[in-house]
Design a protein around this ligand. Structure first.
Ligand code: FNR
Length: 183
């Protein structure tokens, strides 16, 4: 049975590069991993007032993570941090207090940008946020994907060979990391 990995896409945008990268990862993944590309479009705002009777979308998102064997974040950078929708989803899944759905889950982080810095500050933001509420985070290789703007054709297929190679290398390392955590 392959390990079930929830791939959380940090952008809501239809033509999101992060979404296209997540889809490319799903098609390049080795047989040991099944990647479930997960968008955040339906997740309502976190509000502590709702915690006693959480909305169905919060419960569904939490359950999906709880049932997974690991989580892979693919995110852009907004203003040197992660997009608000991604922080919101993490807040949702981090609750109730002490019962984060990410606890024990091995984590991978891939940031990206059409710009030169590859969204590194978004990846660093996740590295700040997650340790208190998740399992171990894969530290190497780091994946800050720059210049992703010309990496896809009009159908959204990954055409940039250099990026394909980087994604393949990351997936190999992530698969080994997941295997190790479940041994
Ligand atoms: C951006 N963008 C951006 N890029 C970057 O490299 N560093 C940054 O700090 C920011 N900040 C930022 C803020 C806001 C509000 C927007 C809308 C955009 C550009 C961003 O990388 C670009 O729009 C990506 O295409 C967004 O990711 P998706 O939607 O393609 O996955």
């Amino acid at each position: 049975m392959p390990y079930n990995i929830v791939v959380i896409v940090g952008s809501l945008r239809k033509e999101s590069f992060s979404l296209k990268i997540a889809n490319a990862l799903a098609s390049l993944a080795p047989a040991s991993l099944k990647l479930d590309v997960t968008r955040l479009n339906g997740i309502s705002f976190f509000n502590q007032d709702l915690e006693a009777a959480p909305p169905a979308d919060w419960l569904a998102f939490r359950e999906k993570i709880q049932k997974s064997n690991g989580v892979l974040f693919v995110t852009p950078e907004y203003n040197r941090a992660i997009p608000g929708v991604l922080k919101n989803a993490i807040d949702v899944a981090s609750r109730p207090y002490g019962k984060s759905s990410f606890l024990g889950k091995p984590i991978g982080i891939i940031s990206n940008s059409p710009g030169p810095l590859g969204g590194v500050s978004a990846a660093k933001t996740l590295q700040n946020i997650l340790p208190g509420i998740s399992g171990p985070i894969l530290g190497q290789p780091e994946a800050y994907l720059n210049a992703v703007g010309d990496a896809f054709d009009e159908k959204g297929e990954l055409t940039k060979e250099s990026l394909k190679t980087v994604l393949q290398q990351y997936l190999d390392a992530f698969a080994a990391f997941i295997e190790k955590q479940h041994r």
